[in-house]
Each structure stands twice: as C-alpha cells, then as structure tokens.
Write a protein that binds this ligand. Structure first.
Ligand SMILES: NC(=O)c1ccc[n+]([C@@H]2O[C@H](COP(=O)([O-])OP(=O)(O)OC[C@H]3O[C@@H](n4cnc5c(N)ncnc54)[C@H](O)[C@@H]3O)[C@@H](O)[C@H]2O)c1
Ligand SMILES: [Fe+2]
Length: 384
C-alpha cells in the first residue's frame, strides 16, 4: 500500500530560526495578521517578531484575541480583523491555540462561511500563506494539517483535518519555549509524547511516520523530566522542541487514536488544557490498547532502554507502559478531581463524551478498537 506523507513546505529549526525565516516571509505578502495571545505580548515574543518584520518592511496587525483552547467566536473575530485591516498573509505565534486559530482564520478567509461548518469537511481553496512559530514544545501544530477549535454552541472540540491547513513555513526556535512554566511544560510535553505513541500504535502508521514517532519518544523520555525540573536547560528545551515537531509530523500522517479521541470531549466540557486531559487518560488507555499493540509497545521499550535481556514481548510492552506511568507520576499530573472537576457532572456527561469521541473517528484508529461501552468504562476509571 502506498502512503502520502505531508510536511510543511519549509521547516526552519534551531537558534535564530526567526531571522532565517525572513527571507521567506518577505515574499509572503505586504501585511501579516499576527495571531497570538496576550501572554506572548507580555513575554516580548510578539515584539521580537514585529522587530523582525520591521527590518524587512513588512506591515502587520496584531490579533491577540486567542486564549487557551480557542473557540469559534475568536475565529470569527480574527477573520473580521484580517479583512478590515487588509491583511494578505498570516503568522501564528504562541502555543497550539494561536497556531490552530491562525489556520482556522486562514481557512475561513479563503473559503467563507463560519468555522462551525468546517468539521469533517474538505477545504477547497488554498489558504493565504501561513507561518507557524510555536512557543510550547507540545502540539506540533506547526507541522500538522490539523486545527482544533471549540464550538461553544454544541460543546464539541471540532477536529479539522485537511492538507490545506498545513503551514507553509514552520519556524521552530527553542528560545521561545524557555519561559514556559513547569505545569505548561509538563502538560504540553505529554501531549507531544501522546502524539508519538498514538502515531506509532495507530492502524494508519507507516514507515515514514514511524521514523518521526520513534525519534520523538526517545527524545521525550530523555528530556521531558529535565525541562520540567530545570526549565533553563537550553539543550533539553531544544530536544523537546524537536520532539514536539516530530510528534506532530508523526500523528498528522498516521493519526491519533483513543487518547485524543477521549481527550477532546473532556477539554470541550470541562475546560481542561489539552495536554493535561491527554495526560489524565494516557495510562488507562495504554493498558486498554496494549493487547492490540504488544509488538509495537515492546519496540518502544527497546528504544527508551527499559527492555531488559530475556524479556518476552509481553513483558517488554508492560515495561514501556510502566515507564510511561512513572514519568507521568514524576510530572505531578493532576487527576480530574485535583483539577476541580465535579464527579457527578463528569459521570452525567460520560455518554455524550463517549459518543463525541467516536464521532471524531480517532478511537477507530487504535489497534484495539473500543466500543462505546468500553470508552465509558475507561472514563469511569479516571476516578478510581
Ligand atoms: N493542530 C494540532 O495538530 C494540535 C495538536 C494537539 C493539540 N492541539 C490544540 O492546541 C491547543 C493547546 O495548545 P498548547 O498546549 O500549546 O497550549 P496553549 O497554546 O493553549 O498555551 C497554554 C498556556 O501557555 C502559555 N504559553 C505558551 N507558550 C508559553 C511560553 N513560551 N512561556 C510562557 N507561557 C506560555 C499560553 O499563553 C497559555 O496560557 C488545544 O486547543 C489543542 O486542542 C492542536
Ligand atoms: Fe494533542
């Protein structure tokens, strides 16, 4: 079977990546809409970008209206600003939320309508040129054909997946991730890990996606705990930025599976940050999918160095799951209860969450496909 592999047209990684990107950005258009959040302004990241744009005489308007977990009204507003200000290309700077929003704004600018109509639809017209500059080492959105926007009318985190959403250029300078606080570092890092594990154990995995998934997993096991405890370690931050990029490339091509499928409904209904809701689920989902992916999990145990000589394939798979559980513990991942979710309300929503998880299509990519009942049981397990 043949497979098509998607990546951005250009990827620039490493120190001073922003400077190097200017050569490309100067040909993108006359005026950029910079899609971002207020934190990026406060941290001075937007200033770094606007100084760089000034140096090549490219105009810009800043739209800082994205806060964590973007929703459809933020996209509507961004589209208005883009049109009113006469912009002709887009730059997203921030975590996955501004990057996804940039893609969604671009899609609506080029195709009309409202973003709420885009779930599961093919995108016809090309977006204006897009540039993605991540500041978290997590989503990999800089290199995925995915955008996730919360529809607050239906309370569904819409998964938009179309090659046209891929940024034209991804600019990954690890310096931007240095300021991420430990909790954000941990949650976004586990998001990247989840992308890579799910891509590697997806039914849609293939040789190219495997290369990126395995590399990401190795880097994350070697560096995530270090950046969590010692955020000023630049080399470790660099490794994590590369791992997030690789994880994004891996899952954008091979798809995510059960964890992301179950995670989006928790995010939509209880406003749990995306990385954290994945982290809450990773453990129970790995135990569930293990029987369908013993070989693959065993290989991952070898890659991260927890496969001891003489172990059976089954034992190797167990060793990988245990290593993941141990890492999650060290990162002090909150339980739903610790996050402040009301248990009764959570249980009341389980049927809707299971339904929405299946509608997204992600759980069906798992090597052990869950039924609705099994998904409901897994949600309940988060409280045990
Ligand atoms: N498009 C994709 O392929 C994809 C994949 C996974 C997740 N997502 C989506 O991405 C969103 C989550 O993105 P995220 O996890 O990167 O978080 P985020 O963009 O929501 O940012 C989380 C918080 O961290 C802050 N922050 C970001 N970078 C920082 C830095 N360098 N220093 C200090 N603070 C910083 C932000 O201001 C925000 O308050 C969710 O909506 C999720 O569904 C998209
Ligand atoms: Fe994710």
């Amino acid at each position: 079977m043949a497979n098509l592999f998607f990546v951005p047209q250009n990827i620039i990684t490493g120190e001073n990546a922003l400077q190097m990107s200017l050569e490309h950005l100067k040909d993108f258009g006359k005026k950029a809409l910079i899609v971002t959040d207020n934190m990026m302004i406060k941290l001075g990241n937007v200033k770094k970008l606007t100084d760089a744009l000034d140096s090549i005489s490219v105009l810009y308007t800043i739209y800082p209206g994205i806060n964590s977990e973007p929703n459809h009204t933020m996209i509507d507003e961004g589209v208005e600003v883009y049109k009113k200000e006469g912009c002709d290309f887009l730059i997203g700077i921030g975590g996955g939320s501004p990057l996804d929003s940039m893609k969604a704004i671009g899609a609506v600018v080029a195709n009309g309508g409202s973003i709420t109509e885009y779930m599961g639809k093919k995108i016809d017209n090309d977006l204006p040129p897009t540039c993605a500059i991540p500041t978290t080492a997590g989503t990999g959105s800089e290199a995925t054909k995915v955008s996730i926007i919360n529809n607050t009318i239906t309370n569904v985190k819409m998964l938009l997946n179309d090659p046209k959403l891929m940024a034209r250029i991804a600019v990954i300078d690890p310096v931007f991730t240095m300021t991420a606080p430990p909790e954000v570092t941990a949650a976004t890092g586990v998001d990247a890990l989840t992308h890579a594990i799910e891509a590697y154990t997806s039914r849609k995995a293939f040789s190219m996606s495997d290369i990126f998934a395995k590399s990401a997993i190795k880097r994350i096991f070697e560096n995530l705990y270090e950046v969590y405890t010692n955020g000023s370690n630049f080399d470790a931050r660099k490794e994590m930025a590369n791992a997030a990029l690789e994880g994004g490339i891996a899952f954008s091509n091979a798809s995510v599976t059960i964890v992301h499928g179950m995670s989006r409904p928790i995010g939509a209904l209880f406003h749990v940050p995306h990385g954290l809701s994945n982290a809450m689920l990773l453990n129970v989902c790995l135990e569930f999918l293990k029987p369908g992916a013993v070989d693959r999990l065993n290989e991952l145990a070898m890659i991260i160095g927890v496969h001891n000589q003489g172990m059976t394939t089954e034992e190797g798979a167990d060793a990988f799951v245990k290593a993941t559980t141990d890492l999650l513990k060290k990162l002090n991942i909150k339980t739903p209860q610790e996050f402040g979710i009301d248990k009764d309300e959570f249980f009341k929503q389980i049927p809707k969450m299971a339904e929405d998880a299946l509608i997204s299509g992600s759980p069906q990519n798992t090597r052990r496909i869950p039924s609705k009942d099994e998904i409901m049981t897994l949600y309940k397990k988060l409280w045990e």
